[in-house]
Design a protein around this ligand. Structure first.
Ligand code: AMP
Ligand code: ZN
Length: 458
């Protein structure tokens, strides 16, 4: 069945066709590791996880690359102010390298806790300085750069369609921002290489053909995606805030260096909002996954909550909705757990599910279909097999989940309960009742549910 994805370059749904036959290249802009990731950031990674799972569901092998921005992202996206890493270091009293390691590790742990698939490759900006310098040298040779006292800049006036992804009105932007221009020729020009401030040493700095300094924020993604994928690959993702600056600049670099607009599809996750404004790291007013866990929320309930909203619409965070998600997840797990093994995935439901996810990841509709399946009169074991298939995309980890109560049930008790179930199947009610009595004597009871049974200690 054809997969359709919304491409922000063309601003429409397009049928997905892989560029290569052996793998699909998926590059996702990763975290800037000067602080914890917040649950808004995690929403974007959840969308990317669903995208990857959907591609795999459609039979593609995905080469999934996520970068770690551990240098060069300045306090302002417009290349002004301090480097976020150096500022984080100053505030915490730890080295920039230490905080990068610490926050990267916490971030990776958050992804695992939310049952996201491990990327094929993580790559750090600081480990690809040579590649970034080589990229800038090509841009320089081709005449797309200029130097000022602050660094080497990309000259956006050299490209007629600069900013097309964001449908930027360059003339309007330049006219409105004469004061903020500084030494830049146009307001949209951006740093490729920044010089270390004279007379002081940065913690993160390198020699380059232009002088000691550090790379601008955007060049790492162009250099690393070309290295680990191709200069022209399938899908590039990030949050919606990347459209107008970071991704526009990545595209400008690639167009100048390789003559490609980098990726065939540009996809963006929309914001998680807190009190009607973007949850943001720099404001300091944000919720971490750990904050939810401390409040008694199962992290997978946050995953479930995100699945109930389409990735191209903003989601307003609120605690009531989150606890509603936790209740729904609990119900889902109980129902799933009560279902017996041994069935087969239902063909009709599979087709309907695939239709939903292949229509630009319509996961809210896929979730509704999952509940419809549970209420249907499909045989219990077939329901379970079908749910297992759905969960390859939803990633709720249903098969791995163990209710605390059932986990404590000894194997011989489970075996007795299964024996009783067998007798019931054979309509041998007397034998079934006798086993029920044995179980009771041992301190357990069997509860029949609509879809099967569960054992509980009395
Ligand atoms: P950062 O670590 O700030 O570079 O951001 C990591 C990812 O999270 C990027 O793809 C951002 O676009 C995305 N992002 C930032 N804020 C939000 C938010 N409130 N909701 C969803 N995604 C976000
Ligand atoms: Zn990027």
């Amino acid at each position: 069945m054809q997969l359709y994805l919304y491409d922000n370059w063309e601003r429409q749904l397009r049928p997905f066709q892989a560029i290569r036959t052996d793998w699909v290249g998926l590059y996702c802009c990763g975290p800037t590791v000067y602080d914890y990731a917040h649950i808004g950031n995690l929403r974007t990674y959840l969308f990317e996880d669903i995208l990857r799972r959907t591609l795999q569901f459609n039979g593609y092998t995905v080469r999934h690359i996520v970068n770690i921005t551990d240098v060069g992202h300045l306090v302002s996206d417009a290349d002004e102010g301090e480097d976020k890493m150096e500022r984080g270091s100053r505030k915490s009293g730890k080295s920039a390298w230490e905080i990068a390691d610490y926050f990267s590790a916490v971030f990776k742990n958050d992804l695992t806790t939310l049952n996201m698939l491990e990327p094929t490759l993580w790559c750090k900006a600081t480990e690809h300085i040579a590649e970034q310098i080589a990229f800038i040298q090509v841009l320089e040779k081709k005449g797309f750069t200029y130097a000022n006292s602050d660094g080497i800049y990309f000259d956006t006036a050299k490209q007629d369609d600069y900013g097309y992804l964001a449908r930027l009105n360059r003339d309007g932007l330049n006219a409105g921002s004469r004061v903020a221009l500084g030494e830049k020729k146009s307001i949209t020009d951006f740093a490729l290489w920044k010089f270390s401030p004279e007379g002081s040493t940065r913690q993160m700095e390198w020699e380059s053909p232009w002088g000691r300094g550090f790379p601008g924020w955007h060049i790492e993604c162009s250099a690393m995606s070309a290295k680990y994928l191709e200069p022209w690959f399938d899908i590039h993702c990030g949050g919606e805030d990347h459209i107008s600056i970071h991704h526009s600049n990545e595209i400008a670099q690639n167009q100048a260096c390789h003559g490609t607009r980098l990726a065939n599809f540009w996809m963006h996750g929309y914001f998680l909002q807190l009190d009607a404004s973007k949850m943001s790291k720099s404001s300091g007013d944000f919720l971490r996954l750990q904050t939810l866990i401390d409040q008694g929320i199962d992290p997978i309930a946050y995953r479930y909550l995100c699945l109930t909203a389409h990735y191209r619409s903003q989601l307003n965070f609120n605690w009531d909705a989150l606890s509603g998600a936790q209740t729904a997840l609990g119900r889902l797990r109980d129902s799933y757990f009560a279902l017996p093994d041994g069935g087969e995935c239902d063909g009709d439901y599979l087709v309907r599910f695939t239709e939903e996810i292949n229509q630009d990841l319509n996961i809210p509709r896929a979730i509704a279909l999952m509940w419809e399946l549970l209420k249907s009169n499909l045989g219990p074991s077939h329901k379970k097999a079908t749910l297992n298939k759905f969960d390859e995309v939803l990633g709720l980890g249903l098969a791995a989940w163990q209710p605390a109560i059932a986990a404590a049930i000894p194997a011989e008790i489970e075996a007795l309960a299964a024996k009783r179930q067998q007798y019931r199947k054979e309509k041998n009610w007397a034998a079934a009742d006798q086993v029920r009595g044995e179980l009771k004597a041992l301190g357990y009871e069997v509860e029949d549910t609509a879809d099967g049974w569960i054992v509980k200690s009395i």
